[in-house]
Design a protein around this ligand. Structure first.
Ligand code: UDX
Length: 437
């Protein structure tokens, strides 16, 4: 099939490459000239494991091209909308500018029978509105809402072998003509047994909002338990092990620490609350306000713990922050808790040095006032305290003995609870975790 992918960011670039890998002829379209130039030379404009290799592999087949020219969409059977829906400035709602612009630029190029597929995370009601625009343009064309659940750092595998497909079609019926078209697009993963659900438009949109809300709630739940553990002298990691053995609960997404960040969970739960408010269902989601508040409290808690660790004052203390990305295997620093903590510490008088294997360039753009150091060993030299805030493999595997001679004081705050406290204490370090005595 010939496929258009509009928006070549974290979602679209991966989607375009993966669709070409599945055997389709794909054109990726983006308004950002620089991004298109990089992708056209098989360079990923951001760090995502396996993406660059995949881009090289599929571009050699000639099945994947990139352009800034929307007219290249003409002739495709399926058009995916993969642009961002960031949080509006100063408001909780989602900024729909990019989705609306993509739809209106695309529609003049669609042909009878084409299928337009929305993948961006949008407020419920968007699909019905866009479906009307598609029908007005081309009465035999259809709009499907097909939410994306990929995780950064695992985006290629999550796109090629997703847990499930959700197709939201206007009548919610398996017999809707667009269902068969999307089945052809996803024939390979469907053939390998990936389940797919056909729903109406609003259900498909809500599946994404609900899934991200559930994940955020799970993380804030365990972080709330961490607060109680801190107050009572209990250990949240053992508590999570024990409740996670109940398979109704499960151990995944119960890692207590500095909380969630990134381009999705924080803004998605806020946009969901805002949309529920518009629909008169705001009471249903008031708990998400608490989920958000628990999450933000973790950042303040780390600043307080660091102060405690540094004998009661941050003034002039040299603090090394290990990790700037919102999670490992990513260079994404959007709403990164690590960076927000680093900035807070600096504002309170600490001398902060931030290191990260991939995210320093992006971090420096967002927080130019912070000090960044590529070389981790340089970064920790003469530090009064280390803060492990993004659990990159190389930080998990640090040797406490090897670092002793580098730092001014052997003190470490493990913001992700990934180090072995016994090992670090045995080596002479003052170790603090989150939600652990
Ligand atoms: C998330 C959803 O998982 C994905 O399905 C959706 O499509 C987009 O949003 P992503 O933002 O890539 O994906 O990251 P995810 O792995 O979900 O982690 C989100 C944040 O939660 C990270 O900051 C991570 O460090 C944090 N987290 C995750 C925890 O603090 N504890 C956990 O147990 C799990």
């Amino acid at each position: 099939m010939r496929i258009t992918v509009i928006g070549c960011g974290y979602l679209g670039a991966v989607h375009a490459a993966c669709m070409a890998k599945l055997g389709h002829e794909v054109v990726g379209i983006d308004v950002d000239d620089q991004k298109i130039r990089e992708l056209s030379s098989a360079r990923a404009p951001f760090y995502e494991p396996g993406l660059e290799e995949l881009l090289r592999e599929v571009q050699e087949t000639g099945r994947l091209t990139f352009t800034t020219d929307m007219s290249a969409a003409a002739g495709s059977d399926v058009h995916f909308i993969c642009v961002g829906t960031p949080q509006k400035k100063g408001e909780n709602g989602a900024d729909m500018t990019y989705v609306d612009a993509a739809a209106s630029a695309l529609l003049p190029h669609i042909s009878p029978g084409d299928v337009v597929v929305g993948k961006s995370t949008v407020p419920v009601g968007t699909a019905a509105r866009l479906a009307q625009l598609v029908q007005d343009q081309e009465p035999t064309s259809h709009l499907v809402w097909n939410p994306e659940f990929l995780r950064e750092g695992h985006a290629v595998a999550d796109t090629l072998q997703p847990d499930r497909f959700v197709y939201g079609v206007s009548d919610g019926s398996e017999d809707h003509p667009a269902v068969a078209v999307l089945d052809d697009v996803y024939a390979v993963p469907l053939g390998a047994g990936t389940p797919r659900l056909v729903t109406d438009h609003p259900t498909a949109e809500l599946v994404k909002a609900a899934a991200n809300s559930f994940l955020a709630t799970k993380i804030s739940f365990i972080n709330a338990m961490a607060e109680v553990c801190e107050a009572s002298g209990a250990d949240v990691t053992r508590l999570a092990d024990a409740i996670g053995m109940d398979d109704r609960i499960g151990r995944k997404f119960l890692h207590a620490g500095i909380g969630f960040g990134g381009g999705c969970l924080p803004k998605d739960i806020r946009a969901f609350m805002a949309r529920a408010g518009e629909l008169g269902a705001d009471q249903a989601l008031t708990f998400l306000r608490e989920v958000d508040a628990i999450n933000m409290r973790r950042r303040t808690r780390v600043v307080e713990l660091t102060r405690e660790l540094c004998d009661g004052t941050l003034l002039g203390k040299r603090i090394t922050v290990l990790g700037a990305a919102f999670k490992p295997e990513s260079d994404d620093v959007r709403d990164s808790p690590a960076l927000s903590i680093a900035a807070q510490l600096q504002l309170q008088g600490a001398v902060v040095s931030v290191t990260d294997p991939k995210a320093l360039e992006n971090a420096a753009k967002r927080f130019p006032e912070l000090q960044f150091e590529d070389d981790m060993y340089e970064a920790i030299t003469k530090a009064d305290a280390l803060l492990l805030l993004t659990e990159w493999e190389q930080y998990r595997n640090l040797d406490p003995y090897a670092l002793l001679s580098r730092v001014a004081s052997p003190r470490i705050l493990d913001g992700r609870n990934v180090l072995d406290p016994e090992k670090w204490r045995a080596a002479g370090w003052t170790y603090r975790g989150l939600g652990r005595a």
